[in-house]
Design a protein around this ligand. Structure first.
Ligand code: ASN
Length: 341
């Protein structure tokens, strides 16, 4: 019998409507337990670690990611897999961060949640939790099926650091534009093993240093010099995710190039990702990205924003020499990007 640890952090899945405030607020795990007697019929030996108080995932912070990584590290040998119940708003950020923090992961860490609270008749919570549990408990030839941090939501299993919440209304809240789902659940759960990361040979290493001296600069036609400079002059800044157009292109006004160059020369790492949901940065393909390469902007390839910003926090937290840090950002560490060029 597989032994699974459910880590309940909060989110809509365990919320109730507060008559006083007229808003949804998170409550304890008992609400979930009472509404999901099926959990006890699954043939899975499960235990629960519940956050007290549970949080709306919009309140997620890097310190909580460190706490989550520590909970998994401390119990790693005792469980076959981990299911994290989490709000959907920042689930992709948490999944991305954990994927970097948990190096050589050989057990499933499946995040799930729901769009409707578990107490609602039409809730999506039950299917999401039950199938996430089943995936976390599945083994093939003695090995776990999914040695990765993933998100299971609305019948699809996504690599966590490739996922994005794209819809606040549909039950299908997530997609993964640049990487296929690792499994799809219908009558059977169909695993796409060719897309799953290989089992690591080395033991788990848990990284708990994240550097939050990072920010994002999302450009648009008409962005002003003062807005760009204010962003790049944040005290202590070490890393910027530059969200650009198309294949990684940006405006070529001299003041814009100068501002970026100044930040890079001062040691700030600037990583280029595209504002498009699908596709990749190709630095140098157009003249409007060639200069970015020349001044030292590095390519985030086809990373999501969620993966890029958490990877920056993770890499900067390693305190590496700048060239090593840049190399690490440009290469795939946990299947979060594909290098095309
Ligand atoms: N605000 C909620 C959260 O992220 C949304 C949800 O879970 N569907 O915690």
């Amino acid at each position: 019998m597989s032994k699974i640890l459910i880590i309940y952090t909060g989110g809509t899945v365990g919320m109730i409507y507060d008559e006083k405030t007229k808003a949804l607020r998170p409550i304890g795990f008992n609400e979930i337990r009472n509404n999901l007697p099926e959990l006890y019929r699954m043939g899975i030996d499960f235990y629960v670690y519940a956050f007290n108080p549970p949080i709306d995932s919009s309140d997620m912070q890097p310190e909580v990611w460190v706490e989550l990584a520590g909970i998994i590290e401390d119990r790693y040998e005792r469980y076959d897999g981990f299911v994290i119940l989490h709000g959907s708003d920042t689930m992709s950020f948490t999944a991305s961060a954990l994927s970097f923090m948990l190096e050589n992961l050989s057990k499933p860490v499946i995040l799930t949640g729901s769009q409707l609270p578990i107490g609602k008749i039409r809730t999506d919570a039950k299917e999401n939790i039950i199938t996430a549990m089943e995936i976390a408990a599945t083994r093939l030839n003695g090995h776990v099926m999914i040695p990765e941090v993933c998100i299971y939501f609305d019948f699809s299993l996504f690599r966590g650091n490739r996922s994005k919440k794209y819809n606040a209304e549909k039950f299908e809240a997530f997609y993964s534009m640049n990487y296929p789902p690792l499994a799809e659940a219908g009558i059977d759960i169909k695993y796409k093993r060719q897309f799953v990361l290989p089992h690591p040979v080395k033991p788990l290493v848990v990284h708990k240093h994240l550097d939050d001296n990072v920010t994002v600069l999302k450009i648009f036609p008409g962005i002003t010099r003062k807005a760009v400079e204010a962003t790049l002059n944040v005290p202590g800044l070490k890393g910027v995710v530059l969200e650009t157009f198309g294949n990684g292109n940006a405006n070529t006004q001299p003041w814009f190039i100068e501002s970026l160059k100044k930040a890079i020369d001062q040691g700030v790492i600037v990583v280029d990702i595209t504002q498009c949901d699908g596709g990749s940065v190709e630095l140098g393909k157009y003249e409007t990205s060639q200069y970015l390469k020349e001044i030292g902007v590095i390519s985030g390839h086809d990373m999501t924003f969620e993966a890029a910003i958490t990877k920056l926090m993770f890499v900067l937290g390693q305190d590496l020499p700048p060239e090593d840090a840049k190399r690490m950002i440009e290469m795939p560490l946990r299947g979060e990007l594909t290098v095309n060029d």
